[in-house]
Design a binder for this molecule. Sequence first.
Ligand code: HAM
Length: 416
Amino acid sequence: MIRAPKGTKDIIGEESSQWQWIEQILRNLGKDFGYQEIRTPMFEQTELFARGVGETTDIVQKEMYTFEDKKNRSMTLKPEGTAGAVRAYLENKLYADTQPTKLYYLTPAFRYEKPQAGRFRQFHQFGVELFGSAHPMADAEVISLGYQMLERCGLRNIEVHINSLGDRESRAEYHQVLSAFLEEHQQSLCPTCQQRMIRNPLRVLDCKEDSCQTIVRQAPKLLDYLNEADRQHFEAVLDLLNQLAIPYKINPWIVRGLDYYSRTVFEFISQDIGAQSTICGGGRYDHLIEEMGGNSTPAIGFAAGIERLLMVLGNTGCLPVVANQPRLYIGYRGDRAMQQALRLTHQLRQAHVRVVTDLFAKSVKAQMKYANRIQADYAIIIGDDELQQGQVSLKEMTTGETQELTFDQLVAFFTS
Ligand code: HAM
């Protein structure tokens, strides 16, 4: 038996209805905030992610699905949506349109991670990217979009954790201080962090190893090294969040796992999911567009994991029961009745009524059993008598009540 690859899953039945439900909420949210949908390819040149996401990140070093195509070009399945959106912004010259450019996407993403609850190798992201504004209003809009996303899904118990990574100048100073601190504690760091310390000391702050966490807690905080401009930007963002009554917690240890961030970074964390508690994360990346070959253009965005969102919604009883059951089951007895059943089914479907009929020429008893199983609201059985009299008995399945209707009345019952 061939099985689905580890870390992937089929989405079927009830679950698929829940996906449609949440996708609808997310698309409406994007629309309401004035964001346009963007669909970028599932694979890109490997270099895009290596440069975009950052050579020292876990994603690029360990987690990418990279392969050579038939002409020996290195390609990679997208591990996230931002790098592709930036490439598309530049390639399609979206910067030439009225700014800002505001994009949203719903996309599969691929990371070779160890699967566990809420962590997959193929997962799905809803993300937004806002290009062109460096103003704190842009930060506030993107964070409030994330907050409304969770509100519209019915989630409570959400914390917005926010931090500032500063811009280049603040970062340069902090790097020196942090490197000096980490050198003092080098012996106690995990082997990977001993490497990280040299290549990108900020990555050490993100290490999940207990030994590193203990040291990190005593490390100097980036927030204390922000220059005046970065501090003012951060305070302005917090002030706008206060205006919106969005509760936040300043968390100086949020550094995010991708290299492109500067200034504001944030995560939405749920208490209801366990180990993989981050539903959504993002921040400013004011230098990425320039690094990818464009003009200097500020940007901010976030992405949420849809599997994680659905998991939290499931754990908190917030998932809706989506009513997909047929309105009417049309059964029949005999060949002439079969033809009438087919015509009637067709007519009602043209009027957008959810109707099901029998596809096996089963016995009437078996057909009624089936109508019950699929939880149809109503059922009729057409036989010779019904054809002759031109009327059927419409049965309401939950109460068992029936009413006699002509075929025209039946159509009117479901369509008017
Ligand atoms: P990220 O934090 O790497 O950021 O991923 C965003 C979200 O994707 C996570 O919070 C999580 O919900 C979900 N996610 C990540 N990896 C997995 C996985 N293996 N299985 C299930 N869900 C996962 C980004 O990807 C950035 N591009 C976000 C961004 C957009 N920043 C600015 N713009």
